[in-house]
Design a binder for this molecule. Structure first.
Ligand code: AMP
Length: 284
């Protein structure tokens, strides 16, 4: 069902702020859910968390060109605003902010937000410029709307860490909420890019979650994180994955190599399966 898209849609920052000013005047709290569209149950879990935690929920729909590399899928990234509008309406959101690229990045736009260190490792190393694109657009979205709380998925765990860091460093007065990863029954994390998997690849894809879940369990029992990560890489290759960009156990906050077993840790992984690059992570 895709009809009944009755949510209010705004395209400009001025209109967005007008709407928010009315809500603020009425004393209402505001939640923000940034997305690139092609929405699935994972995104809707963020919307539901915002609807449950705030009086009004804004969903943003913007395929951010700044976070795609030259050889990445910006041009073909799935876009269907009417479908997405219907989904967030039914999930209880109040406003859809869907700006054009020029509204977000006027031709003379010159400022970037770069989170050094945290944004340069793992995904940052394999996708140069990615986190600068993410950090810049998220900073702008937060400052455009100044919600009480903004919601992001643990699915993109390093992104969540980068966003927490930039809000703290730039003194942006918004609290950042992380929402648990929504998975298919077989463990595969929901992702708009799962659509790139063939039927045969889709059958192999859950091995990623299964493998890092085993690493988390073994490391939790005191096994060596590096040995476990190497085991996982071999396991993924045997299952039919192509390049494994990384499987690694890191401190859950700094994402430095987890050395202190008494601190929270996270297993993070990125691996290619056919045309799809899958990422996932679990807590130790
Ligand atoms: P995207 O549209 O891919 O940029 O994702 C928008 C937001 O949805 C980000 O905060 C993601 O972390 C979150 N998200 C994507 N997939 C999932 C999932 N399977 N479970 C929970 N959150 C997700």
């Amino acid at each position: 069902m895709t009809g009944g898209a009755d949510i209010e849609r705004v395209r400009t920052i001025a209109d967005l702020r007008r709407c928010i000013a009315e809500w603020r005047a009425a004393g209402l709290s505001i939640g923000l859910v940034p997305t690139m569209g092609a929405l699935h149950e994972g995104h809707l879990a963020l919307v539901e968390a915002a609807v449950g935690g705030c009086d009004r929920t804004i969903v943003t729909l913007f395929v951010n060109p700044a976070q795609f590399g030259p050889n990445e899928d910006f041009a073909v990234y799935p876009r269907d605003e009417d479908r997405d509008a219907g989904l967030v309406t039914r999930a209880g959101a109040d406003l859809l902010f869907a700006p054009n690229v020029d509204e977000v990045y006027p031709p003379d736009h010159a400022t970037q937000v770069h989170v050094s260190g945290l944004g340069d490792i793992l995904e940052g190393e394999h996708r140069p410029g990615f986190f600068t694109g993410v950090a810049t657009v998220v900073s702008k979205l937060l400052l455009q709307s100044l919600p009480d709380r903004a919601y992001f998925g643990e699915k993109d765990y390093q992104q969540l860490c980068v966003i927490r860091r930039l809000t703290r460093d730039l003194d942006i007065p918004v609290s950042i909420a992380g929402v648990k990863t929504v998975r298919e029954e077989d463990g595969l994390a929901l992702s708009s890019r799962n659509a790139y998997l063939t039927t045969a690849e889709r059958a192999v894809a859950p091995v990623l979650h299964g493998t890092i879940a085993q690493v988390a369990e073994q490391v939790g029992r005191g096994e060596d994180p590096r040995d476990q990560a190497q085991w996982a890489i071999d396991q993924l290759r045997r299952a039919g994955f192509g390049d494994v960009d990384y499987v690694t156990v890191r401190n859950a906050e700094t994402l430095q190599e987890a050395v202190d077993a008494s601190l929270p840790a996270r297993v993070l992984a990125a691996a290619w399966l056919g045309k799809a690059r899958l990422i996932d992570n679990v807590a130790v």
